[in-house]
Design a protein. Sequence first.
Length: 218
Amino acid sequence: MDEENQIQMLEREILGQADENSEAALDRARRIVRRIAAQAERRADEIRRQAERGLAVRRQAERARALAVAELEVSREASSRREEFVARAFDEARAALAGWRERPDRDEIVARLVTEAVRALPGEEFAVELAPEDAGRWSGERLADLAGEVSRQTGRAVRLKPAPAKGYFLGGARVTSADGRTRADQTFEARLERLAEDMRRMICGELFQPEDRKGRAK
């Protein structure tokens, strides 16, 4: 075999090996690419799941915040409505009390309130504040008679003396111990104020109770 033929055969052998080697390299490259693509897809799926979980958590948190805000608004509205009803009830009560001096038992009302005040206080000597419209009806003698009646009820030698009213009030009485340390406020305004919390509870129970309780109440 001449030299030229040997060269041609060697060239074909080299080229054939190159083809085989290149095909093998391409196969390896394809396998690597498929493996990388699979890993990338798995990673992408994991990222998507994490994002979905994060979004679900955020949505749940947003719903919880929205519910909390709504509940707060409902509570504020209920509180506002309750106070509105209480204020309206107070206005109606004050309006009803405005004409109490037209009642035939107006003096008995004053006497009862003074008696309740004295019974709540320690001591024997007291100053009695009455509204100007009532003070004139309770002269020293009449107040002394009331003191005698209170003494019989309490078992104490009670003495009552009139005192000028400090500020306006609709009716009733303020009674203060002689040393000024203790006082019982039996004015209509004070009695209404003491009723306020009971009125709030009553209004809450009657107007703002849950629907199932309303149904059972009926």
